[in-house]
Structure formats: C-alpha cells, structure tokens
Write a protein that binds this ligand. Structure first.
Ligand code: GDP
Ligand code: MG
Length: 590
C-alpha cells in the first residue's frame, strides 16, 4: 500500500541496512520493518538487506527502486568529484589466450626474458600475476601473467573487467582448436578486441594462411583478408616478430584511447594473493585508475589494510603505482581473493566499514544463496531492472542440431526480450562454459549432452542454471514460456529423515517439545516437517528449534535422541512420527 505522498527514486546498493534504507525513503525505521514483515522478512533496524529484498520493499512502499551495480560500495569511496583530475592515457592490459600447446607460455616467457630495460641488471624475476614491459619507443604494455580462459572469465564473473586486449595465439602447424574458439567467444562476450598471433611459423609444416582462413570461418577476419583483426606471424620460441606483435598491441590500444585519472584515489583489482613466511599476506594488485602510494588505506572484498610496502615484478620497492601498474602490496589484515575489487579511500575507517559490510553481505549471500538467472525467474525480473535479454550457451552432440536449436531459439525473440546465444558449440558442458555463463548472466542449454562433474559442481556454486533437452521443440517451448513468464518450476520433495516421538514436553508459554529418536536420515533445524499419525498427516510446519541435551544444534543424525520444537502445533502425541523434508526446485530434464 503506497502511503507516501511523495514518490521517490531510491538508489539501492548491493547491501544496505534497514536504518539506512529507511533514511533514504524518509520513513521511520519501524514502518520499514513492518513493511518487511508483511513480505515475510524479519529484520532488525541494523540488519543488512540484500539488494533484491531492498528493491522489493522500496517498491512495496510506492517508490521506484534503482538498483546500483555490483561494486557500487567500493566505487562510492573513490567517486568524490573533488578528488578527480584529468584523464590521461594509460598502458593497455593484455591477456594471452589460445589452445593448449599453441605457445601462450612461450610467448609470455620470451617477452618477460627479453624486456630488460636499459641499465637494469636482469629481466623480470618475480611472478606477481602481471608485469609491465617497456618498448624501445618508451611505450608500456601490461601483461597478465596467467594465460588461460578461466582466469580471464573468473575475473569477469566477479565483475572485474581487467583486460583491454586479448592476444589470441594459434599454432601455424596445427589448426583452430576448441580452446581457440572458446577464447574468441570469451573475448567477444567481454567486448575486448583481439590481436591474432599466428605462432610457430619457424616450423616447416607451418601454414599461417590456412589458420587465417579457419579464423575467418569463426568470425575473426584478419586484416590481410580485408577484416578488422590485426594478425602477426611469430615464433615465440625464436622470438621472431614478437617486437612487431608488441607494436600491433600498442596500435590497437591507441584506437581504444585508454585513459585513466592518475590524480584520484587508487582503484583496481586483486590478481592473486598468498601468505608468505616473514612477509604475511602478499597480494598482487593491478591499479586500474588513480595512484596507489605507500601509506594509503585500502579495502578489497572482506579485508582491508594500509600499504606498508609495494614491490614490482623485479622485487624493487615502489613508492607509487599509477594506472595499469601491477604491484605486490604488503599490509593486509587478511587474505583477499583473486578478482576482488581494490579501492583506496581517504581514511582507514571507511575501508574498515566497507570490508565489514562486504563480510556481512557475504554471510547473507551464503545464507540465502541468491539465484542468478534462471529460466523460470527470468520473466519476473524483466520489469525490475533485470535484463531484457535472455542470454544462453548452447551445447549439443552434433553440429547440425546445435545450429538448428540456436537459430530456432533466437527466433523466439520478441519486441521486449531478445534471446541471445553467446556460445553454441559441440561437446559436453564444461567448467569453461559455466564460467562464461556466470560471467555473462546466461543459462546453459544442453542438447543430448550433460555437464561433467566439475562443471556441475561449479554451476551449483555459481548458481548457473543448466537445462538439458533431448527434443528441440521441448526446448523451444520452455524458452517461449519463460519469455512469457509462464514457465513453472518443477518442484520436488526431498525427505531428509524421520523420527519417532517418544515423549511430549509441555514447557511454559505453550511451547511444545517432542522428545525423539531419529530413525532414518536426519532432523534439520529450519527445514519443513510434517507430523504423521498412522498413515495420516496431521500437521505440516517447520522445525523451530533442535536440541541435543541442552545444546542447540543444526542437525541430528540417525540413531540419536533429540528435542524438536515445532513451530505452532500443540496436539502432538507420543507415538507420532516426524518427517523432515525440503522442497527442491529442479532443472527440468526430459
Ligand atoms: P601453451 O600451452 O599455449 O602455454 O604452450 P607452450 O608455450 O607451453 O608451448 C607448447 C610447446 O610448443 C612447447 O614445447 C614449446 O617449446 C613449443 N613452442 C612454442 N612456441 C613455439 C614456436 O614459436 N616454435 C616452435 N617450433 N615451437 C614452439
Ligand atoms: Mg602454458
């Protein structure tokens, strides 16, 4: 019920406490708590709400919610206009991708070995996740030191776009391979330009032209063929034409006009982190904008600190790190994760606060395990600032069917929603598919194929929906229903365990506790429960509390006694049976 005469637009960050949200809407805390209760959310005034809940309650109160993107929390720390100066050119950040054994590591090694800036004693000795090279022209390029698609997409899945340019390595004595195609998909999905490096041209069997032709077949038409992609024939092993490749990277980056403001507070991303004896937590950070200095406070994910010292890839101490510079940072209160956004606010208190909020949010997330995109929920999110594009990855057993399916699904696009296939390929559903889907907010459709074990586990962790089909028209039908908001999730009841009620305890205030013996499975606090008498279900509700002797516990296993407090059932009798169960949503399989 809208009670406010004034309709406001309320920006909703990733997490916000009840008190903060109430202040934004100019309502009393109590009023907001009541509105939340009406929605079935019990919250106290200082409790952080996740974005979905906050958006719902804002709209419930008659306002318009504007969800802020991920990392808005960090961005707000460094977005003070007073702190901003002029945008200046910055070096490009490059990731090397390509099929296994096509020469990614060799290329990185060659560049690392040979880039000895005049007057220095040696090349790059430390592995810090990235390194910066200087060309004879004085220009700089920063290379991410971890080749591979997983690193690239894992970062993107965390909301960190780190790479400006992808160098696609293809061996000239081989052909365009599955990971070559994957790399192209990843780069295109991230909208990052590709520079092609056709490697191993020193080999007598090398046929660079064949590679160029094959690449054209995958939508990468090189300049020699009248396309837009730069391509250089190289030998990473002999170092042939690598200088030309570096020049090409610089040219490509010139077109991008990469700029950053070195005068503001530093912002970047954690590339990797480890604990070292004697040094404590050491994390490699790529500064993306602003300048990081020794002594600056910072926050990254759930941890924070103050820069005690910084080192470059040659283990030299660094006082300042401007945009596109990778540095090792010492001075953390904990270990950050790769892909965490790194920001340096003006004062340490802010850093501590944001880290605290992140930690709270993380707990919330784990607790509620928020859904990403699913076919069933897609339509519900349409009007609420959700995507108006249903993105999909399609994997199938044969080329023809993959194409047919992908075409027929894209044809289902309507005026309001587009179906966009970001990858269609032959083969099992792999981890790399799941990562790409997670990074792009896509679902995965499998046709006559299944995910492998690791892909399935990752999909569960990343909340990526995988739908499996054996019949094309069934897939079409589901997608059509999803676009119309009509697809119902398939629900399945899973029995967790059963217990016999041996004694009924009536405590003060009408609280009733069932003294039980767990007969099969387990009893789980918070899950659903039904009371069976004979064959009849006499009550269904929730396990409010679970005790082993005097201790509150989360679960009690088969063969143990326990006390179960039922949420609101007073007619419990000795001899009743309890059945603990939960409802699971199933991805439909045919
Ligand atoms: P990655 O799996 O893509 O990192 O490939 P590697 O860099 O490990 O290279 C795979 C193999 O190809 C190694 O045996 C390299 O020595 C070899 N190799 C890499 N680049 C070249 C090259 O330019 N010419 C020749 N002949 N061999 C190369
Ligand atoms: Mg390698």
């Amino acid at each position: 019920m809208p009670t406010q005469p004034v309709k406001r637009e309320v920006s909703v960050p990733e997490t916000i406490t009840v008190a903060e949200l109430a202040a934004k809407m100019a309502v009393k805390g109590g009023e907001l708590i009541k509105a939340l209760m009406n929605m079935g959310v019990m919250a106290t005034i200082n409790q952080p709400l996740d974005q979905d809940t906050a958006v719902l309650v804002v709209e419930e109160l008659g306002h318009t919610a504007k969800p802020l993107k991920e990392n808005a929390l960090e961005d707000s720390l460094v977005s003070d206009p007073a702190l901003q100066g002029e945008l200046l050119p910055r070096p490009p950040v490059v990731t090397i991708m390509g099929h296994v054994d096509h020469g990614k590591t060799s290329l990185l090694d060659y560049v690392r070995r040979t880039n000895v800036v005049a007057g220095e004693s040696g090349g790059i000795t430390q592995h810090i996740g990235a390194y910066e090279v200087t060309l004879p022209s004085g220009q700089h390029i920063t290379f991410l030191d971890t080749p591979g698609h997983e690193a690239f997409t894992a970062m993107r899945a965390r909301g960190a776009q780190v790479t400006d340019i992808v160098v696609l390595v293809v061996a000239a004595d081989d052909r365009v391979m599955p990971q070559t195609i994957e790399a192209i998909d990843h780069a295109k999905a991230a909208n990052v330009p590709i520079v092609v490096a056709i490697n191993k041209v020193d080999l007598p069997t090398a046929d660079p032209n064949k590679i160029r032709t094959e690449l054209a077949g995958h939508g990468v038409v090189v300049e020699q063929f009248g396309g837009k992609y730069a391509s250089v024939d190289i030998s990473a092993k002999k170092g042939m034409n690598v200088d030309q490749l570096l020049e090409m990277i610089v040219l490509t980056s010139d077109v991008l006009e990469l700029k950053a403001d070195p005068d503001r507070r530093a912002k970047g991303v954690v590339l990797e982190a480890r604990v070292e004896q004697g040094r404590g937590v050491v994390a490699s950070v790529l500064v993306q904008s602003g300048t990081l200095r020794v002594g600056d406070p910072f926050v990254a994910g759930q941890v924070y600190g103050r820069v005690r010292a910084m080192y470059d890839e040659r283990r030299r101490t660094v006082k300042e790190a401007p945009p596109s510079t990778p540095v090792e940072v010492v001075g953390w209160n904990g270990t950050p994760s790769a892909g965490d956004q790194f920001v340096s606010p003006l004062d340490e208190r802010e850093a501590r606060e944001v880290a605290g909020k992140r930690a709270a949010l993380h707990r919330e997330h784990e607790f509620r395990s928020t859904k990403f995109i699913s076919l069933t929920s897609f339509h519900d999110n349409l009007g609420k600032g959700g995507p108006n594009e249903l993105k999909m990855l399609i994997k199938g057993d044969v080329d023809g069917s993959v194409e047919a399916l992908s075409e027929s699904l894209q044809k289902l696009s309507t005026a309001e929603v587009a179906v966009r296939v970001i990858r269609s390929a032959v083969g099992q559903i792999t981890e790399s598919d799941v990562l790409l889907a997670a990074a792009s907010g896509a679902i995965i459709v499998g046709f006559h194929v299944r995910p492998d074990v690791r892909a399935r586990e990752l999909a569960e962790r990343e909340k990526v929906e995988i739908r499996l089909y054996d019949i094309i028209y069934k897939a079409q039908e589901d997608v059509k229903l999803a676009l119309e908001g009509m697809l119902k999730p398939e629900l399945k009841e899973v029995v967790l365990g059963t217990a016999e009620v041996r004694q009924v305890f009536r405590l003060s205030k009408g609280v009733i506790v069932a003294g039980c013996m767990v007969a099969t499975g387990k009893m789980v606090r918070g899950e659903k429960i039904r009371v069976l008498r004979g064959d009849e279900t006499v009550w269904t509700g929730r396990v409010e509390a679970l005790k082993r002797f005097k201790d509150d516990v989360k679960e009690v296993e088969k063969g143990f006694e326990c006390g179960v407090t039922l949420d609101g059932f007073s007619e419990l009798q000795e001899g009743d049976r309890l059945e603990s169960f939960k409802i699971e949503e199933l991805a439909r399989t045919l």
